[in-house]
Write a protein that binds this ligand. Sequence first.
Ligand SMILES: *[C@@H]1O[C@H](CO)[C@@H](O)[C@H](O)[C@H]1NC(C)=O
Ligand SMILES: *[C@@H]1O[C@H](CO)[C@@H](O)[C@H](O)[C@H]1NC(C)=O
Ligand SMILES: *[C@@H]1O[C@H](CO)[C@@H](O)[C@H](O)[C@H]1NC(C)=O
Ligand SMILES: *[C@@H]1O[C@H](CO)[C@@H](O)[C@H](O)[C@H]1NC(C)=O
Ligand SMILES: *[C@@H]1O[C@H](CO)[C@@H](O)[C@H](O)[C@H]1NC(C)=O
Ligand SMILES: *[C@@H]1O[C@H](CO)[C@@H](O)[C@H](O)[C@H]1NC(C)=O
Ligand SMILES: *[C@@H]1O[C@H](CO)[C@@H](O)[C@H](O)[C@H]1NC(C)=O
Ligand SMILES: *[C@@H]1O[C@H](CO)[C@@H](O)[C@H](O)[C@H]1NC(C)=O
Ligand SMILES: *[C@@H]1O[C@H](CO)[C@@H](O)[C@H](O)[C@H]1NC(C)=O
Length: 514
Amino acid sequence: MRHILTGLVLSSTFFACAWAGQPTHIYGVNLGSWLVLELWMLPQGWVDMGGQLCGADCSTCISTESAFAKAYPDTVDTTFAQHWDTWFTQSDVSTLKAAGINTVRIPLGYWIVEDLVDSPSESYPRGGLAYLRRGLGWLQDAGIQVILDHHALPGVQTAEQMFTGNCTTDVQFYTPYNYGRALVWTAVMTTLSHLDPDFGNVFAIEAANEPINDAAQTPDYGTFQENFVQTIRAVELTLGISVPSSKLSVSVSASVSNNFTAALIETSSSTIFSAEVQAALSEAVPIIIGIGSKYSLQTIFEASPFKQSGTPLVANFMDVNWQYNNPPNPADVAIGPQAYDNHLYYSSAGNDPTSYMINICNLPEIQADAALGNSPLWFGEWSLDTQFNATDAFLYQWADAQKLAYSKGAGWIYWNFKIETSNLTNGTARARQWSYLEGLELGFFTQDPAALHDPNVCAPYTNSTSNSTSNSTSSSTSHSTSNSTSSSVPLPIPATGYRPLLYSMFSLLSLIFL
Ligand SMILES: *[C@@H]1O[C@H](CO)[C@@H](O)[C@H](O)[C@H]1NC(C)=O
Ligand SMILES: *[C@@H]1O[C@H](CO)[C@@H](O)[C@H](O)[C@H]1NC(C)=O
Ligand SMILES: *[C@@H]1O[C@H](CO)[C@@H](O)[C@H](O)[C@H]1NC(C)=O
Ligand SMILES: *[C@@H]1O[C@H](CO)[C@@H](O)[C@H](O)[C@H]1NC(C)=O
Ligand SMILES: *[C@@H]1O[C@H](CO)[C@@H](O)[C@H](O)[C@H]1NC(C)=O
Ligand SMILES: *[C@@H]1O[C@H](CO)[C@@H](O)[C@H](O)[C@H]1NC(C)=O
Ligand SMILES: *[C@@H]1O[C@H](CO)[C@@H](O)[C@H](O)[C@H]1NC(C)=O
Ligand SMILES: *[C@@H]1O[C@H](CO)[C@@H](O)[C@H](O)[C@H]1NC(C)=O
Ligand SMILES: *[C@@H]1O[C@H](CO)[C@@H](O)[C@H](O)[C@H]1NC(C)=O
């Protein structure tokens, strides 16, 4: 059959349509340390599995999934199966649902598509896809929508980070070979998202978590972004899902229209797509066939009329302001719905609570991104962490103020849904500022995630209301400590003042292991 595309014009209206039936505001949590394990969230659990804690330099011991797989080649799969089975459970889904969470972001490694791992030079636990499918099924039953986040990329996207799965200074992601592997991963995940019933609530795929901030060190990353979008749309066009672009169409012959993998081979020879995308599609075919046979999806992948009513996925990128040094702008390569992600951590932002509040209450990120077409923007990672020992009173405000700031964009996704409680995390000390469920228990987060303890929490810290102290705390239900500072806060922050306050996991980890 032939899919003729009408020349729909890409617009924000389309984005709204694409999200029809989905929550308009994201209230989310990350399922961190589930399918990409970062030991700082479960140090005791990691030691119990056979891992090690090596302090500041994570390359010197068994601190990552790849180091673990090398150390325990015979037992790695069963050890991780136990972890996948217990770290995130159906009961967690019920708790998140009861807490009003409508979205989860799931960090994934490239190795969940096992054929992409170059054995024996690379080794990772195998079997994660079965647990992902099961978890997605639970989330779907609970009505929670999902972002699949390519969190740990082939060749690692940044140096000396446990979240890449391989703690090394040898960063190889920004090369044709590894860009290619990431595109194959994208083709497989797009296919599963549209055809595997368990993936029914996946609405977005994120291209690459936290690439190096300096764009001078990420050669050809813009080309990868373009190919990432094309890969998603090529799979969708093959399925007959209409993609709002007059630029792209593919034709699939009637003889293969009941065999998606065969149709994908036809699409892979379509020169409307770049050579990299064509190669990725054709490499994805045998992998998809293998997954089909392993998980009893052959009939769907190879012998069923294509579903044509699907909605295009949202292509998700870290926002253009994540990078500096003339970064590529992902908005330039949009074909169909797209959304942007930024991560804010204040773990090393100094010892002055007031400056934290001034900063978050005047956050320029959403407007700065929108000016470059990076809208909608959600905040895909944040926490309550502070460089100082925060009081409970501050954390009530800090939670409110961040939620308020991020809700001016498309919403927020907390890091993390949970944190281990053990001697190695000083009991609940780490969970208090890093676990959504613990924060909810302690009351920092409201039971309704859309609510705030104090809707005027920012009033003392913004110009517009800075001299109207009369009603700034009147509707506060509790926990507000703000009135004493309301008239004396120095404003404003410099236009670029937020940058030095932003830290990724790198500075966070050096802090934790100090
Ligand atoms: C980790 O990175 C190093 C350096 O690039 C590489 O030699 C090694 O194969 C990688 N290990 C895995 C498991 O990917
Ligand atoms: C579907 O197409 C693929 C790729 O050409 C082929 O390997 C497979 O045997 C086909 N499956 C069926 C059921 O015809
Ligand atoms: C936080 O408290 C601990 C002890 O509980 C103390 O050692 C540390 O110096 C404090 N940090 C700051 C920044 O005050
Ligand atoms: C935690 O620390 C306390 C006090 O040091 C000790 O008594 C207890 O056995 C430890 N618990 C575990 C599980 O190691
Ligand atoms: C945990 O508590 C111990 C002793 O009270 C302290 O030395 C250490 O810095 C604390 N660690 C963290 C991560 O808070
Ligand atoms: C602050 O109050 C003064 C006097 O009441 C008023 O003239 C001024 O416009 C106010 N400024 C702001 C930013 O509201
Ligand atoms: C302060 O009170 C005025 C008048 O009652 C109201 O219009 C305004 O919205 C209030 N400001 C805040 C920040 O609640
Ligand atoms: C808030 O202001 C009131 C009245 O000015 C004062 O009595 C109270 O102590 C202040 N609260 C705090 C926490 O400073
Ligand atoms: C606050 O007011 C100053 C001038 O008084 C202005 O330059 C600054 O941009 C304002 N800041 C905000 C966040 O509105």
